[in-house]
Design a protein around this ligand. Structure first.
Ligand SMILES: C[S@@+](CC[C@H](N)C(=O)[O-])C[C@H]1O[C@@H](n2cnc3c(N)ncnc32)[C@H](O)[C@@H]1O
Length: 157
């Protein structure tokens, strides 16, 4: 499979997993971990217009049309910003989307392990973590129809 085909399938899986997770997510805020260009943030605010959406990134590189309000953007390293958010809202996140990593397991697996507890304590009971990689030790939920095993992940707190 070409990298283009692979990217298309991953993005489709990401969109479908976010939609499925939102259907069952409890009350609470959303959290986008890794703003990047802002594509997913823009999608989240479209499908969850009534919820607060917090966003973390070490840089602001979003397209101007997809930049979150400054009051909801936490700029800095993920671990510190997750703890900053916990200080603001405590256990208040119903659905988090994790999109950090470079696609290399030697880098990405330890990063997820280092951040797991910092994300987990933000999640309300039954809160969901949709991620581009598996978080060891967290319960994984079934994927929506059409999403291949291992392409994207939905975890429950
Ligand atoms: C793949 S991009 C996110 C794409 C975005 N979710 C979207 O759909 O447009 C990853 C982003 O994570 C940020 N990032 C990577 N590692 C980080 C870390 N340890 N702390 C904070 N931000 C980080 C990068 O600056 C980059 O903007």
């Amino acid at each position: 499979m070409s990298r283009l085909d692979s990217a298309i399938r991953r993005l489709t899986a990401q969109r479908d997993c976010l939609a499925a997770a939102l259907e069952t997510a409890p009350a609470g805020a959303l959290l986008e971990i890794g703003l990047g260009n802002g594509r997913t943030y823009d999608h989240l605010r479209e499908i969850a217009a009534t919820r607060d959406i917090w966003v973390i990134d070490r840089e602001m590189n979003a397209h101007p049309s997809s930049a979150p309000p400054s009051a909801f953007f936490l700029q800095g390293e993920a671990e510190a910003m997750l703890d900053d958010l916990f200080g603001r809202i405590g256990q208040g996140v119903a659905l988090a989307h994790y999109d950090l990593g470079v696609g290399v397991p030697e880098h990405d697996v330890p990063l997820r392990a280092a951040l797991a507890e910092h994300i987990g304590r933000l999640l309300v009971p039954g809160g969901l973590l949709v991620a581009n990689g598996a978080f060891e030790g967290m319960e994984q939920l079934p994927l929506p129809e059409g999403v291949a095993e291992g392409r994207y992940f939905i975890h429950r707190a």
